[in-house]
Design a protein around this ligand. Structure first.
Ligand code: ATP
Ligand code: MN
Length: 467
């Protein structure tokens, strides 16, 4: 085979019609009769297959026998306008080379529709399905959109550590990193584990957030963002939680909470628009297959301003709903950490558009959030989305050294691990704000998938780290 390969995504370019082309890919289906066979070939570059027309006058049954679903081919032939419905062009095969066969007895991805659960069990093969091909192309495109968004606005991509000795939220649920022999742990006289002999000389974990280091960067470079893996050992088996997920965390010096809300809203809209502009075929496929309102929902988000209201106002609406007979699984009262059902009620039923809730009770938010005058609330903001609930969590940060230290002491957070963080407030402190967007939550929204395990190639969840 001598012709240069054309990717299938480029083959539908009208200027190629009438030329000899070469395509390579995997067989999706083969059908036909004893005169002519039609092979649908896909190479992953697009959701579309190219139809290869095989004239049985030119090829023997024997030669075609190994061409079954999942086998891999190189095909050369003439690109012609298609007679068939739904195709713009097709290839009249002249040469076919078979790279690898896929025994129909054992290859699991035969034509029939599979459940999402089954496909999760074969996560090593599921990218070959239309659905997962679409999801992972969109995932790539969203990553590009994110970098472009921030780069265009003068933000610097800052790499924060994956292994950390500090816990950003001041709470547990971290995965430990150790090289200690777990069968022979060294303990002190009180029975506590002696980490001084461990690899880092102290207890270390996988990061739950790059924010604290992001704040160091923002108070030097002005505006930064992180985009990296994040780990939470929370034993919550929900369709919205992973033990390993990717998070985007912008942090901006001199931004207050209003600037922060504006940034979050612009950012999500930019990403959603990017998906519609650059992944339309894939989004349309997911719309037609799984979620007939997907495109409408994406376009809806672009058209509307997000509602902004305080937590206290949000609770009032939820309490009124309860008084009016609406049933929630979890109780509603001022001070409660909202459950996804509450967030979704505000978004889907009450306002019918995305909501940014601000000024949460300080007890349910992290120590670093800016304290309000009322002494009860902090300048937090959560962005709530249809079908998802919380997609972004952020805040203006407490820039006063004294107030921050007071809060750390109040919460009994060990200060010795925080000295470097506190120096941002000691030396040239400034107002600043930031937020965290869960990359897979954004993907849930953009793809319309209903389980977070289906928007990351290899999900890690309790009792599951296969592949
Ligand atoms: P939730 O209340 O939904 O568990 P959170 O308040 O614990 O989320 P934050 O600490 O605010 O989450 O993290 C910032 C963002 O990271 C969230 O808004 C969400 O988009 C995402 N996120 C948090 N935890 C997870 C997880 N386990 N899996 C996937 N994404 C997550
Ligand atoms: Mn949050």
């Amino acid at each position: 085979m001598s012709l240069k390969r054309t990717k299938i995504v480029d083959i539908f370019d009208a200027s190629l019609v009438g030329q000899q082309v070469c395509v390579k890919g995997w067989v999706r289906t083969r059908r036909g009769n004893k005169n002519v066979q039609f092979v649908a070939l896909n190479d992953g570059s697009t959701i579309k297959n190219i139809q290869v027309v095989v004239d049985l006058a030119k090829f023997s049954e024997e030669e075609l026998k190994p061409i079954t679903t999942g086998s891999s081919l190189c095909v050369e032939g003439l690109l012609v306008e298609s007679q068939g419905k739904g195709q713009t062009c097709e290839i009249q095969a002249e040469k076919i080379e078979i790279y690898g066969t896929a025994d129909p007895e054992s290859y699991p991805l035969q034509k029939k529709g599979h459940t999402m659960e089954f496909l999760r069990d074969i996560a090593h093969l599921r990218p070959r399905t239309n659905t997962f091909g679409a999801v992972f192309r969109i995932r790539h495109n969203m990553a590009i959109a994110i970098h472009r968004f921030f780069h265009e606005r003068g933000f610097f991509y800052f790499h924060t550590p994956i292994i950390t000795a500090s816990d950003c939220e001041g709470a547990g649920q971290m995965f430990q990193v150790t090289t200690m022999n777990l069968y022979d742990l060294k303990k002190d006289e009180n029975g506590s584990i002696r980490y001084d002999s461990d690899f880092f000389g102290k207890q270390a974990s996988l990061t739950v957030s790059g924010q604290l280091e992001g704040e160091l960067a923002a108070t030097a470079l002005g505006a930064i963002y992180t985009f990296g893996p994040t780990f939470r050992a929370e034993n919550s088996n929900t369709p919205r939680h992973l033990a390993e997920f990717w998070m985007i965390e912008p942090e901006v010096a001199f931004n207050d909470i209003i600037d922060n809300m504006d940034l979050a809203e612009d950012f999500i809209k930019y990403c959603v628009k990017w998906a519609l502009d650059n992944c339309y075929d894939d989004v349309k496929f997911l719309n037609d297959m799984f979620d007939k309102e997907l495109i409408e929902r994406l376009e809806g988000v672009l058209k509307q301003d997000f509602v902004r209201l305080t937590y206290t106002e949000g609770i009032k609406i939820l309490e009124d709903a309860v008084a009016g007979g609406h049933k929630f699984e979890f109780p509603v009262y001022w001070g409660v950490d909202l459950a996804s059902e509450h967030e979704r009620f505000l978004v889907e039923e009450h306002f019918k558009r995305p909501v940014i809730l601000t000024d949460y009770p300080k007890e349910i938010k992290a120590f670093y959030m800016k304290q309000n005058e009322d002494g009860k609330t902090v300048r937090a903001m959560d962005v709530l989305f249809p079908k998802i609930g919380e997609i972004i969590g952020g805040s203006e940060r407490e820039e006063s050294y004294d107030k921050l230290v007071a809060r750390i002491e109040e919460l009994n957070i060990p200060m010795k691990d925080m000295w470097w963080y506190l120096e941002t407030r000691k030396f040239g402190t400034v107002p600043h704000s930031g937020f965290g967007l869960g990359f897979e939550r954004l993907l849930l929204f953009v793809t319309g998938m209903s389980n977070i395990r289906d928007v990351i190639p290899f999900p890690r969840t309790p009792n599951n780290a296969e592949f």
